[in-house]
Design a protein around this ligand. Structure first.
Ligand SMILES: Cc1cc2nc3c(=O)[nH]c(=O)nc-3n(C[C@H](O)[C@H](O)[C@H](O)COP(=O)(O)OP(=O)(O)OC[C@H]3O[C@@H](n4cnc5c(N)ncnc54)[C@H](O)[C@@H]3O)c2cc1C
Length: 455
């Protein structure tokens, strides 16, 4: 089989590359290879009833399949260069913003119209944060919600399926250069293309590393963010979430001068577990539909850990900590903030008596046995700092789930076209280590598609 362009991975990066290519050149022969299922077959078996925790499916429906890791995400579409990736370092801030706005428009055309765009511009919270040693980052945030995000993806698939050949349950094994073209193998078949766009996301991080080694593409080690997911009654953060939806707040700890930040805030949302390469970590999301909302708000508190030479395996470090929590808790662990401060584990009884009802069935335990002291100290400091702008954050019944790890792929060396040193081989989205969000990953797909058509 010969294609003009083969895209590996059907997450936001791959989808928007396919969308833009097919829009700009209707005659182009495009294929998308995806390790996971089509959208309608993606179903995480955890039902909270018969199956309460991760059963390690062959392909994790939360992370893989049409829509990528974003399909069951909260659909928080952040239009900003302040976080979510460093795409602007490659293509400039103006272009990066324009591309994110372009994708936002497409999302609106494909089912997202009517969803709210929140903004930090002119908010009083910036000053309140500063007065308390906290720093609120600038962003516009479109909240699609898990439900509308799904509809947008459904409509995008319906639009693309006539223009693009989709191969589901087809993990690509190898990519090889052959006479200026690329040959990929999936399910024991070979396919050839002139240009290849690799968009394998976080779940494809190990594969990406191996492929870069085989093709001699330089990479550099990156960082890992480690922390917990905080869950508390929605009223405690409602003054912030009603106006901003998500507030990205950064704090510098007094003890170690480490940066701790809030991440992925889900008002009236649910805490979920996720499985990356067999390791169970915690995440969160929320629905736009009020009927599906909970009484709690959740968000992550993450400490960024950058390593210097000779240590290169930042993801391995994060994995080891997550494995430790999996070993002690059999999956995700939960602890009341009061129990953590008093130095004892949470028990099922203490959790049951808590005024905050957990939205995830996690094992009560002791996070101080899992998280390194420096990271835990930073998180505790940040909780007390947040308590000043959202009193109640440091309540004894505030729940902390562990561990939340943001694995960053190693950064692949690419140029301003996101093309690797192998001509015609582009690396985009979270798999490149450059993006860490729906908006940046999608924008990187459009950028590469336009470049391919232009040339
Ligand atoms: C629970 C959850 C909630 C999130 N919430 C948000 C949010 O609200 N806002 C936000 O901005 N971001 C959020 N994110 C992050 C966001 O989903 C990612 O940044 C984004 O999906 C990255 O897009 P991508 O296309 O680069 O990669 P992905 O979405 O990870 O897609 C990569 C795809 O490639 C496939 N793949 C991997 N290896 C291969 C292979 N060898 N062959 C074929 N296919 C392969 C995978 O199966 C996957 O479907 C969330 C993530 C999770 C897990």
């Amino acid at each position: 089989m010969n294609y003009d362009v083969i895209i590996i991975g059907a997450g936001p990066g791959g989808i928007f590359a396919a969308y833009e290519l097919s829009k700009l050149d209707a005659g182009m022969k495009i294929a998308v290879f995806e390790a996971g299922n089509p959208l309608h077959k993606r179903k995480c078996p955890i039902d909270g009833d018969k199956i309460k925790s991760c059963i390690h499916c062959k392909s994790c429906s939360i992370m893989s399949g049409f829509g990528g890791a974003g399909a069951f995400s909260d659909g928080k579409y952040n239009i900003t260069n302040d976080f979510g990736g460093t795409l602007y370092e490659y293509i400039g801030k103006k272009e990066a913003t324009a591309l994110m706005e372009y994708v936002d428009d497409i999302n609106m055309q494909f089912g997202g119209e009517g969803t709210k765009l929140y903004s930090t511009a002119g908010t009083k919270f910036k000053k309140i944060c500063m007065q308390n040693g906290l720093h609120l980052l600038d962003a516009s945030v479109r909240h699609l919600g898990t439900d509308i995000n799904y509809i947008v993806l459904e409509n995008l698939y319906d639009h693309l399926k006539e223009k693009v050949d989709f191969y589901f349950n087809s993990p690509v094994d190898t990519v090889k250069e052959n006479d200026g073209k690329y040959v990929i193998t999936a399910r024991n078949e070979s396919y050839t293309c002139n240009k290849c766009i690799v968009s394998v996301g976080r779940s494809g991080s190990k594969w990406m590393e191996q492929t870069c080694k085989e093709l001699d593409i330089p990479t550099s080690s990156n960082r890992v963010d480690i922390g917990v997911r905080v869950e508390l009654p929605a009223e405690i953060f409602s003054h912030l979430t009603d106006e901003l939806y998500e507030s990205k707040i950064v704090y510098r700890t007094q003890k170690y001068a480490d940066k701790v930040r809030t991440f992925c805030m889900n008002p009236k949302g649910a805490v979920v577990s996720e499985n990356t390469n067999g390791i169970v970590t915690v995440n969160g999301h929320s629905y736009e539909d009020p009927a599906k909302q909970t009484k709690n708000t959740n968000f992550a508190l993450l400490v960024a850990k950058h390593f210097s030479e000779p240590f290169r395996d930042s993801n391995g470090y994060g994995e080891s900590i997550a494995r430790l929590s999996n070993m002690l808790g059999g999956g995700v662990m939960v602890q009341r903030f009061g129990d953590l401060i008093q130095g004892h584990r949470s028990t099922p009884q203490r959790i049951a008596e808590s005024f905050t009802t957990p939205t995830l069935n996690a094992t009560p335990g002791d996070l101080s046995l899992v998280l390194p002291k420096r990271i835990l100290d930073g998180i505790i400091e940040m909780i007390y700092a947040l308590d000043k702008i959202a009193p109640g954050t440091a309540n004894e019944d505030t729940l902390l789930y562990g561990v939340e790890v943001k694995f960053y792929n190693m950064e692949v060396k690419v140029d301003s076209n996101l093309e690797s040193c192998k001509k015609g081989l582009y690396i985009i989205g979270d798999g490149s280590g450059i993006t860490h969000s729906l908006s940046h990953a999608s924008a990187s797909g459009v950028h590469v598609a336009r470049n391919i058509v232009r040339n």
